[in-house]
Design a binder for this molecule. Structure first.
Ligand SMILES: C[S@@+](CC[C@H](N)C(=O)[O-])C[C@H]1O[C@@H](n2cnc3c(N)ncnc32)[C@H](O)[C@@H]1O
Length: 260
């Protein structure tokens, strides 16, 4: 863990006092969630029993796109690693960008929304796949890493400059950004959640997003192993789901969309 730098935190809040509400909300949610924020043997066991291999799924549905996604991921890995290795602090790790690239190529979405950008591994994967599709827009939400100086300049640092031009990036935290995004893009094809990993953070975001998800659309959630939110939700709502590896949960049915 990096040491708390109170000077950076003070500067961060001073430049934009509205951020105080986001930080206070995070602390309140952690306290209110209490033990719900912890994984249990039962929730970890459930994930392990349901876990599937991304490659096995992708090769069954669209093998040629999985190969393309592999080439994308290899290039991305080399380029992105060279960039993040030079950063003066350790930035939040990348989600499953090969799988996301494959999914976006498969679904040909018009609207993708993601929360949690950090260096931008998943943003780059989604934007690259949309670019290759020749259609679609990405709306992303993040909240800069407040412990370092000028954190905004690192957000999306692995995203290609030309892809940034068509990117709708919000940096005021999910609570403020998601309502704005939903106003601009009320129908979502794919939602990728990789920001506030608390139990109530997940619940709040999905309750906002789900009414805006198109029929057949997908919710992809990272780090589901952190607590039992994903299991509790899909069981309570009786939703189809897939677990990729031990971290990524998908709500909805992954299938080749029918033409038309
Ligand atoms: C694991 S990182 C995201 C990694 C990213 N998907 C990638 O592939 O590079 C999580 C990010 O979520 C952001 N975050 C945490 N809480 C947030 C909130 N309430 N609203 C928006 N972003 C938040 C963090 O600042 C961090 O940048």
């Amino acid at each position: 863990m990096q040491p708390t730098n109170w000077l950076n935190i003070t500067k961060f809040l001073f430049r934009n006092p509205a951020r105080f509400g986001v930080l206070a909300g995070k602390v309140t949610a952690r306290v209110a969630d209490g033990a719900k924020n912890e994984a249990t043997d039962s929730s970890i066991g459930w994930i392990e029993r349901n876990s599937q291999d991304a490659a096995a799924i992708a090769l069954t549905i669209a093998p040629e796109l999985w190969e393309e996604a592999g080439a994308f991921a290899a290039t991305m890995n080399a380029r992105g690693t060279a960039i993040v290795d030079k950063l003066p602090f350790k930035i939040g790790g990348g989600g499953d960008y090969r799988f996301l690239y494959w999914l976006v190529r498969l679904y040909q979405p018009r609207v993708v929304v993601e929360t949690g950008v950090a260096a931008g591994w998943t943003s780059q994967a989604i934007l690259s796949a949309l670019h290759k599709n020749g259609q679609g827009e990405l709306h992303s939400s993040d909240f800069p890493y407040f412990r370092v100086s000028d954190p905004e300049k690192y957000i999306g640092c692995v995203v290609d400059a030309e892809l940034k031009q068509k990117w709708n990036l919000h940096l005021d935290g999910d609570a403020k950004a998601l309502p704005k995004i939903l106003e601009a893009a009320p129908e979502i094809d794919i939602f990728h959640y990789d920001s506030d990993k608390s139990y109530s953070g997940r619940a709040t975001a999905i309750s906002l997003i789900r009414p805006h998800l198109r029929a057949g659309g997908l919710i992809v959630m990272d780090d589901i192993v952190d607590n039992s939110w994903f299991q509790d939700y899909v069981e309570r709502e009786k939703l189809p789901f897939t677990i990729i590896g031990k971290r990524v949960g998908v709500i909805g049915t992954i299938a080749k969309p029918s033409a038309g």
